[in-house]
Design a protein around this ligand. Sequence first.
Ligand code: SF4
Length: 426
Amino acid sequence: MDLTTRLHLLDLVRLSASAESACRAAERAETRARLRRKDAAAARRRCRSTVRTAPSSDLDDAVKALADAERDFEARAGRAEAAALRWRRAFSASERADARLGEELARTRKLTCAGGPRRKGARLTAEVALLAELAAMPAELIRAASALLVQSSAGKDSVVALARVVRWATAAGCLDKVVVVHADIGQDAEWPGVRDLARQQAERYGLRFVVVKAPDGFLGMVEKRGLWPDAQNRLCTSTLKRDEAAKFFTQIVDELGLDEQALLVNCLGIRADESPSRRKKHELAIDHRASNGRRLVLTWHPVFHLSETEIWQEIVDNGLDYHPVYDTLIPRLSCIFCVLASFDVLVRAVRLCWVWGLETPKTYVDLEDRIGHRFKNKFSLAEVVAEAERQEAAEGPITWRRGDAIRRHLGDDAAMAYLHRLALAA
Ligand code: SF4
């Protein structure tokens, strides 16, 4: 089966999934509308009974209340009927989308996608199989893509993902399709130099570099909500990164001006090793939320199967530039204070801020105080700062050498070779 057919099938999978979720939403809305109509009917019955038994002094009020209840019931009954109609339509659309997918799968892959309870399972099986096949043919995927977007935090995984995409895109003769997108989460929340580093990493290959930014930034978002995000509610990632990236999807599709659905391949430097939830992801996935009739968005994880050591090895092998934060024993180039970081890493981050003369610890502790919500369930940032003060008094400021991150993962020789290579390139 050729790549075009696979992409066509994937879009039918997307349409079927989207029709099903619209159907489920319509069903929930219909249930809510039916319950409201039931409540209105009960209120109307109570009013009728009151009219029958009210003393003449209260009769006018009771009659007025009954008239209100009658009107309310009529309105809710009308809404319930409309909701039921919408649900029936959504159900039919879902059936049609499934049938179309089933027919195409049967025609092209000799697969049965019959109706009934197995329907969703069959769709998922087809989706996983098609995506695995596409992931195994990166050159064809790159050639078919309308644009390749590399979401770069400037971190170690992003820079390796970018280097890989560039290598494959160059081999496929499609380097001009690659755009590097950096989500700025606010200069007061991220380490100095992050945005410039992301830009340099893109410029190294002569790529277009785009910065997307939510108006409030990380700290503005926390101030507005009065809450810090956490692992279960990672609003920071969805609001500051995913939603802003989606706006750029719209922009680039407009720029492309295609007559047909665009294929956007959105590359993220995440790895299975990083966490159990990331392990459950796939190397290639449909971004159902961001896809629509104008664009099919596939999320690609080009470094998904690499270990942390392998990432550092690729950095050394390709002479890629990385942020000095990594040399200080901080494992991720995230926000200065990431809600997912451990206590020890946060303490280290406070001490690094002091070395670099950053006001960030004070800014965060003041904010924590103002909103009255602890940075993490288990501890506050004020406690983190107190521990950093204790360590600082005992040990003095933290120190590190350029190349320490590589030394730690690959040994002294690798660090020396890397630094030598960078010095030659400078
Ligand atoms: S680095 Fe951490 S705190 Fe910052 S946006 Fe990402 S998850 Fe949220």
